[in-house]
Design a protein around this ligand. Sequence first.
Ligand SMILES: C[S@@+](CC[C@H](N)C(=O)[O-])C[C@H]1O[C@@H](n2cnc3c(N)ncnc32)[C@H](O)[C@@H]1O
Length: 274
Amino acid sequence: MESVIGKMKRIQLFEFEDFGWFPSWLRVCMTNLIVILQKMVGVPELLATMIADVLKKKSLTNIVDLGSGSGGVMPEVMDALHKIKGLEQVTLTMTDIFPSAEMLKKFNTETLDKISYNETSIDATNIATAPEGLKTMVNCFHHMPPKKARAILESAQRTNQSLLIYEMGDNNIPLLIWWLLLPLSLVILIIMVLFMTPFVKPLTWRQIVFTYLIPIIPICYAWDGQASLPRMYTLKDLDQLLQGLGSENYTWEKGHAKKKNGKKQGTYLLGLPI
Ligand SMILES: C[S@@+](CC[C@H](N)C(=O)[O-])C[C@H]1O[C@@H](n2cnc3c(N)ncnc32)[C@H](O)[C@@H]1O
């Protein structure tokens, strides 16, 4: 793997939300904002279309989302899936390496009978320990350094699991430009948080206080958002990760995800047992 790691455009920066010591409530406030951003750029419709295709093709009825955080746009994706003929009964199990008490309380209610949040920690690098169903990873594959990322792909292929990885961003600008633009990009993201926060649901006192009075959330969100970009695997990087994978029984497909209007929105990697 060493030579593989050396050839990648992706770099390994830190993100606050990856630290075990990072307060869970703060991580939730930040992932709440990612949800707003994803809705703004039309990720729910795009993901629902991709997921529906796989569910139908593989006759699957459960989705197991890995690295769910605050749920991301998966609840919206579920609404869209339930409107598609034949997918009305599809269920979703959300999981995370750091499942938060707040999210367990929010999603494990009787009213959401087709959605649940797994109470135990599920590490995406060990797919075999996750419940059965189509595995999805939305905006969290870039959190995995190359060895872990490769371990996830190997684990999916070895255990014959369908896996859809999606990243809404694209690591497509030269690193030097990224560094030069960083101060400006951070300021823009901080300002964006001030405007996006009123749309967070439910809007808690913590989200408000630590945005507008003590702006820890905008600062951490801006850094993590910017650091995510060069951490993303480009399509060429994915080729490196996939070296030697793929077999008579398992295929890998990757590319730019496209919205209904044909506009590119992020990248995907799809692993399917044949
Ligand atoms: C950027 S958030 C994405 C959340 C959500 N999927 C979304 O689209 O909004 C990344 C999530 O990945 C989780 N995560 C990081 N490393 C993980 C691992 N090894 N296994 C499972 N989850 C992990 C983090 O705890 C965090 O909740």
